[in-house]
Design a protein around this ligand. Structure first.
Ligand code: FAD
Length: 434
């Protein structure tokens, strides 16, 4: 059992899940280092949530700041695992007591269509890049490249993020058209709150006069199958019906407010290409037979020069981290235990695969409690799971670090911080990076 709490834990990624894990461990008296690739540790909150979530964004920033502004927290910004520090260096050279990967999912799942790779920026855009552009589009200097939303863009996907992409497209087209026709500059947040029809009423314009065709979400199943509201594992038939109804309503409400189109039971089949660029997309109609998806031979060509893929994000491969399919190899997903090396854990989006703040936060609380209670102090044992027990038996031999070991780790951390001119004053750093 830990007396001095002489443990130093490294957490990679400082956003919702990383900061939550850090806070739990700091509360137990451990020292924590956070290695973060960006200057600011806000992750998907800053660059994933569309800009109209301004209030939620500010609230989440404040929660992260509160968790990371702690005397035993060593923040290391602008340091990317896999680029500025290798996985080998992290796991073998610095003798951390445990390592938690909280690096989210930043790679767009590749669209499984022929020629996708060669059509990127030639009509094909992936969601992460698109939302980043949307959020930063008024600050042209911070953009590596500009994106032009094309009227009639096709969005492939079916989750909440695909609805956000459709909303962003519609809002952008609407703002542009109103500026051209009425010379009025509209505000994104106000349009998001009021919706397009109400905004039209307010400014005295008929939507049809703007001649916007609108973007279209293509989804392979039906509206009631869209993962817009979770169905719990133990849901009754009535509950499932209710949740499916909620999903339809969420979609309908978004369609009514932002006037995008929705084409269900459709899966992309191939790109239509002209002069090396996208000129359309061919879809195949699908059918659901006893809940099973059947792709039919019925095809339809849709003319468009822009396709935005919103089929999910997956973790970025990092040299040295073992993968299993699209994700990192885990022994226990629930507790985020990495398979290959003991003492390495994963938490948040990187392992839950669920793109929502609450799930990332809850998972981080669970993993960090496990790290603290079962891994670092294995005598505090109230978990019955056999796989976990196996790890615990090994970890029961885990000794606390000596003061000399702690000092060596601290020295290495200070070196990493000096590389990026960070002087262990979180508040000062954050206010300078606004
Ligand atoms: C378009 C969109 C809309 C969304 N809307 C909602 C919503 O309405 N409600 C909701 O609850 N959730 C929403 N989400 C999801 C939510 O934002 C995320 O699930 C949550 O913020 C994930 O937190 P995380 O800490 O697990 O991962 P992230 O926020 O991805 O954090 C990972 C951190 O690790 C850092 N990192 C990554 N790789 C490295 C590396 N190699 N080295 C060092 N640091 C690294 C990143 O910079 C980042 O700070 C949305 C997401 C998207 C994309």
């Amino acid at each position: 059992m830990s007396k001095n709490n002489n443990h130093f834990i490294a957490i990679i990624g400082g956003a919702v899940s990383g900061s939550t894990a850090a806070s739990t461990l700091l509360d137990k008296g451990y020292k924590v280092a956070i290695i973060e690739q960006n200057a600011r540790p806000y992750g998907k909150i800053e660059d994933g949530l569309p800009i109209w979530h301004q209030k939620q964004r500010e609230q989440e920033y404040a929660k992260i700041d509160q968790k990371l502004d702690h005397p035993n927290l060593y923040f290391i910004p602008n340091t990317k695992l896999g680029t500025n520090i290798s996985f080998d260096e992290l796991t073998n050279k610095i003798k951390f007591s445990a390592i938690i990967l909280a690096i989210g999912a930043w790679k767009d799942r590749p669209l499984p269509l022929k020629k996708s790779d060669s059509l990127i920026n030639k009509g094909l855009i992936y969601q992460n890049k698109f939302i980043y552009w949307f959020n930063h589009r008024e600050d042209i200097n911070s953009l590596k490249e500009n994106i032009q939303v094309i009227d009639g863009a096709i969005i492939i996907g079916g989750g909440l993020a695909s609805i956000d992409v459709a909303k962003a497209c519609q809002i952008e087209l609407f703002i542009k058209a109103v500026r051209e026709i009425k010379n009025i500059i509209l505000d994104v947040e106000k349009i998001e709150t009021n919706g397009i029809p109400k905004t039209c009423e307010k400014i005295g314009i008929a939507y049809k006069d703007l001649n916007i065709k609108g973007s279209t979400i293509l989804y392979r199943r039906t509206a009631t199958d869209m993962p817009l509201a979770d169905i719990p594992d133990n849901a009754t038939v009535q509950m499932i019906e209710k949740i499916k109804n909620v999903r339809s309503k969420i979609l309908q409400k978004a369609k009514d407010k932002f006037l995008f189109n929705f084409e269900e039971l459709s899966t992309p089949n191939k790109f239509l290409i002209k002069n090396g660029k996208i000129n359309g997309i061919q879809i195949k109609k699908t059918e659901l037979v006893d809940g099973k998806l059947i792709v039919t031979h019925k095809t339809k060509d849709i003319q468009t020069t822009q396709v935005i893929s919103s089929i999910g994000s997956i973790p970025e491969p990092i040299e040295g981290i073992m993968m299993e399919g699209e994700t990192y190899k885990v022994k226990d997903k629930n507790l985020g235990i990495y398979t290959e090396i003991d003492g390495i854990f994963l938490t948040g989006n990187v392992v839950t695969g669920k793109g929502n703040i609450r799930d990332s936060l809850k998972h981080a609380e669970k993993v960090s409690a496990y790290v603290a209670n079962q891994y670092l102090s294995p005598l505090n044992n109230d978990l019955e799971d056999t796989a976990v027990k196996k790890v615990e038996n090994f970890l029961a031999q885990k000794k606390e670090l000596s003061n000399a070991d702690l000092e060596i780790i601290q020295e290495k951390i200070i070196k990493l911080q000096s590389r990026v001119n960070y002087h262990n004053n979180y508040k000062e750093w954050i206010s300078a990076s606004q």
